[in-house]
Design a protein around this ligand. Sequence first.
Ligand code: TYD
Length: 140
Amino acid sequence: MNLAECKIINLEKISDPRGNLTFIEGHKHVPFDIKRVYYVYDVPGGSERGGHAHKCLKQLVIALSGSFDIILNDGMDKKTFHLSRSYYGLYICPMIWREMNNFSSNSVCLVLASNEYSEEDYYRNFESYMQDRWSPKNWV
Ligand code: TYD
C-alpha cells in the first residue's frame, strides 16, 4: 500500500483510420474486479478535486478526454502523474492521498473502482489519514 504500487497501466489500443478503440476487462487489464464506474466532467478551469484517500478502494483513473494532473502522496513520497491519453490508466492502490488539478477544458476523468461508493471508505482529513497510514496496524 505505498506509492511504488501506483503505476501507469498501458491499455490496449486498436488503431483504426475510423477512430481508435480501447477496452478494459476487470482482473485482466486492471488488478481488481470493476464494481463501479464514474466520471468527472464539466470541470471549471482552475478547479481542484480529490483531497482524500481510500481505506480499501482500488481505482484506475483515465483521462478519457483532455488532460489533468494527479498528485499521489503516501505520506513519505509524492508523485505527479500527467494524464493526457485515453489509453493510459493510473492505478491507485488503497491508502494513497490524492489531489487532482490542472484540468484542461472539456476534460473527462473516468474512474473504474473496485467497490460501490461508501463514504466510510474515505479519509477526507489528511492528518487522520497520516495517523492511520503510519500506525503499526497498517505497516506493510
Ligand atoms: P469525491 O469522491 O470527493 O470526488 P473527487 O475525488 O472527484 O473530488 O466525490 C464528490 C461527491 O460525490 C461526494 O459528495 C460523494 C459523491 N459521490 C457519490 O455519491 N458516488 C460516487 O460514486 C462518488 C465517486 C462520489
